[in-house]
Design a protein around this ligand. Structure first.
Ligand code: PLP
Length: 217
């Protein structure tokens, strides 16, 4: 991270490292907490929720930030809002509608990103760039929610620079309707250096830190 920041003349303080702990036990999160880390990401509610609650029991003063980075089904929103602080995968009107129902019941603020779909497959998670502006307008109406910016996952087998560049183009559209939504969640183990060079403010790194994931059924 430090060398990618220095290559692009950025300060390391501009980039938040989120360690993705999916498919790893809570003991790994505890070790990271004991090392001083506080930003964690998960992609499935069934796994994330018990982990978050176990961590708050075993490390009650740690005050971690939980990032939900996976596809979010509407029927999981209520559950995810019990522990998540940041949602990276706001991507469709039906999800925004469910958030509009559940967020007002909270006594705290959630923040999040709109996830972009950079592929030509509409079945993948993320909003297509042509629908971004309308979705952002709806997200801006949400109570108890701060829109931070865009999240993107580079496609497999393509030069991540091309995909990240498309994210930067979409960011210009977003900034017109939401000037404060200037953050970019992009970059994973394989491409975080490039993402940092291209302006990522939040990188989501799993296996490069945690080692290989144990596959689950
Ligand atoms: C698993 C995952 C990551 C981390 O992937 P690595 O390649 O292990 O760094 C980042 N973002 C999302 C959305 C993920 O699901």
């Amino acid at each position: 991270m430090a060398s990618a920041c220095s290559v692009s003349g950025r300060s390391t303080s501009e980039v938040e490292l989120i360690v993705i702990t999916k498919n790893h036990p809570v003991t790994l999160v505890e070790q990271l907490v004991d090392l001083g880390h506080r930003q964690f990401g998960e992609n499935r509610d069934q796994e994330a929720k018990p982990k978050a609650f176990e961590l708050s029991a075993s490390r009650p003063d740690s005050n971690p930030t939980w990032h939900f980075v996976g596809q979010l089904q509407s029927n999981k929103v209520k559950s995810v809002l019990q522990y998540a602080n940041v949602i990276h995968s706001v991507d469709r009107p039906s999800l925004v509608a469910e958030l509009a129902k559940q967020l007002p019941k909270l006594d705290r603020q959630i923040s999040g990103f709109i996830e972009l779909n950079l592929t030509s497959d509409p079945g993948r998670g993320g909003v297509l760039p042509e629908n971004l502006e309308a979705l952002a307008s709806a997200v801006l109406q949400l109570e108890n929610f701060e829109l931070l910016g865009l999240m993107a996952v580079a496609g497999l087998g393509v030069d991540p620079r091309i995909d990240f560049d498309r994210a930067l183009n979409s960011q210009q559209i977003l900034l017109q309707v939401a000037p404060q939504a200037r953050f970019l969640s992009m970059g994973m183990s394989e491409d975080f250096e490039i993402a940092i060079e291209m302006g990522a403010t939040h990188i989501r790194v799993g296996s490069a830190i945690t080692g290989p994931r144990v596959p689950t059924a």
